[in-house]
Design a protein around this ligand. Structure first.
Ligand code: XMP
Length: 535
């Protein structure tokens, strides 16, 4: 996971957006919907370059992007409310096809003469859509289909300049088309999976209406992101990139290596809390395959001495966080004064979680905790090339960059490392014990093809011992818990139904091969109420 708690460049200070050369650009005006970035991603999946822009973007700036089409996102406001976000009225006369979604539809209809009012009842959930006109936007979609609604207001009273393409029982203007201008509106959310034909609606907009050809590829994003980095740092600037071995920071490092070559210095802090062979994997990947200036700082002795005798989870995190900042600051200082930039693997969900969507209005839906984030006073300008992407898009980008599967498909690993998985006192002996168990666990999970179907799998060393029989004698050894979860976003998670036989194999290997462990238990708690880590 990336460090969302560090400073983020405010959207207005970011370098101007440069679309990838030759890309079919679909700017998405972000009115603050929690789904705005999802629209961008669906557009990218469909082969056009969807990118979020501020809702009040000037028509000139929008035209400079040479858009094939424009999408107006949903949003939490009421169109008529004081201060509700609006777009520039001239956008509707650019002649560029537009699709308004939910709030975007209401705004477009209102700005072109319609009336928007509170619906009789707030509508949330599935609704049945009746299609009347399946020519362009709704081409090929079954006449009766299910759509996902989430709105309090809806359009009333449209005059004859609009045609109704589909309705639901409570929403007469569920899909509309303007007769003179290339404006379409949908009251439902085509971008969410609960709308089974939503992707088809978006594809119809792109291919039937905007006449896109579907030329966009992740490699185009890479080119554009590299251009953006070069522009931001100029011809002499040097970037420091904190490498954790996780997919986000690894993709950032590989991208920077491509963009500015030897002007990136990666710093990898070995805090003594890593998994077995983790440091070697990072060294081999980045020294041998990417030829970057990689500095490995072995600070394990300091971290372990900070942790000696500490059992309180919050105190462990606090000490690790402080030490990390000190070590990183010192390593960065040694790189030299021309290193004014710090790269971070901030992803779009991190931007949302910290309430900094493009429009600055996205509700702060998620709470994120990231110990090891860097404080603002380090004095760097941030470089965040992944902040428009979702995790799975980052993995695709990692593949395009040629990162090994082992890194691209890595499960997340927390910043404070094994310290949150050695419950109670953290010392070298207990860490080694856990590393052995963890290695066996992952070997078995990978061998049974379960690594890609689970989202996070790890072992936890508990601070208790239990009785057993070993040969003729009695044993009194440690207990290890296995945690395996399936999750979309790590905010909620379910325990993975690992087959019993696989669990049996893991348990017997750990008990037989790791001296000092006498019992293995499987964690069957979901999140919430349990968290993923034990701490
Ligand atoms: P919890 O335990 O809160 O974890 O359910 C959710 C996800 O966050 C990871 N995690 C962290 N990641 N620094 C990180 O970079 C941290 O301090 C941290 N703590 C938890 C955890 O592994 C899971 O993926």
């Amino acid at each position: 996971m990336s460090h969302a708690s560090a400073t983020q460049t405010p959207p207005q200070d970011r370098p101007p957006f440069q679309p990838p050369r030759g890309a079919e650009v679909i700017p998405i005006l972000d009115f603050g919907s929690q789904y705005a970035q999802l629209i961008a991603r669906r557009v990218r999946e469909a082969g056009a370059f969807g990118i979020l822009v501020a809702p009040d973007i000037e028509p000139g700036a929008l035209q400079a992007m040479e858009p094939r089409g424009i999408i107006l996102s949903g949003g939490p406001s009421s169109v008529g409310a004081h201060g509700a976000p609006r777009c520039h009225p001239d956008l509707f006369s650019l002649g560029v096809p537009m699709l308004g979604i939910c709030y975007g539809m209401q705004l477009g209809c209102q700005m072109m003469g319609g009336r928007v009012e509170a619906a009789e009842a707030r509508e949330y959930g599935r609704a049945k859509l009746r299609i009347r006109d399946a020519r362009d936007l709704l081409h090929g979609i079954p006449a009766d289909t299910s759509v996902w609604m989430s709105h309090g207001d809806q359009v009333h009273d449209l005059d004859e300049t609009f045609e109704v393409l589909a309705s639901t029982s409570t929403c007469p203007y569920a899909v509309v088309r303007h007769r003179e201008r290339p404006f379409y509106g949908v009251q439902f959310h085509p971008e969410v999976t609960h709308t089974p034909h939503g992707v088809d609606v978006l594809r119809n907009f792109l291919y039937e209406i905007c006449l896109c050809r579907g030329t966009w590829r992740m490699s185009d994003f890479l080119e554009a992101a590299c251009d953006r980095v070069r522009e931001q740092v100029g011809t002499t600037g040097r970037i420091i990139c904190g490498l954790s071995g996780g997919v986000d920071s690894s993709v950032v490092a590989a991208l920077l290596a491509k963009a500015i070559g030897e002007r990136v210095t990666c710093i990898f802090v070995d805090n003594g809390l890593l998994r077995k062979n983790e440091r070697e994997l990072v060294e081999v990947t980045f020294r041998d395959h990417f030829d970057v200036d990689l500095r490995v700082v072995d600070a394990s002795a300091q971290f372990l001495s900070d942790l000696a005798g500490i059992t309180d989870p919050q105190e462990k995190r606090r000490r690790i966080g402080h030490r990390f900042v000190d070590v990183f600051r010192e390593a960065a200082r040694e790189v030299g004064p021309e290193a004014r930039f710090l790269a971070q693997g901030t992803l779009y969900p991190d931007v949302i979680e910290s309430g900094q969507g493009h429009a600055g209005r996205s509700a702060n839906i998620k709470l994120h905790h990231n110990v090891g984030g860097l404080p603002e006073d380090l004095g760097f300008e941030l470089v965040e090339p992944l902040r428009d992407l979702f995790k799975d898009e980052v993995r695709k980008l990692g593949e395009v960059l040629g990162l090994p599967d082992q890194i691209v498909w890595r499960h997340p690993f927390p910043g404070p490392g094994l310290a949150v998985r050695v419950i109670g006192e953290v010392n070298p002996h207990r860490l080694d014990l856990l590393r052995e168990c963890d290695e066996i666990l992952l070997e078995e999970i990978i061998a049974h093809n379960l690594y890609r179907s689970t989202d996070q799998v790890f072992a936890v060393l508990l601070p208790i011992r239990s009785v057993g029989v070993m040969g003729d004698g009695r044993s009194y050894d440690s207990v290890v818990a296995i945690r395996a979860v399936e999750t979309q976003d790590f905010m909620t998670a379910d325990w993975a139904r690992i087959p019993y036989d696989v669990l049996a194999g893991i348990s017997s290997r750990i008990i037989n091969e790791v001296r000092g462990v006498g019992r293995v238990v499987y964690d069957i708690s979901s999140k919430p109420p349990a968290t993923i880590e034990w701490e």
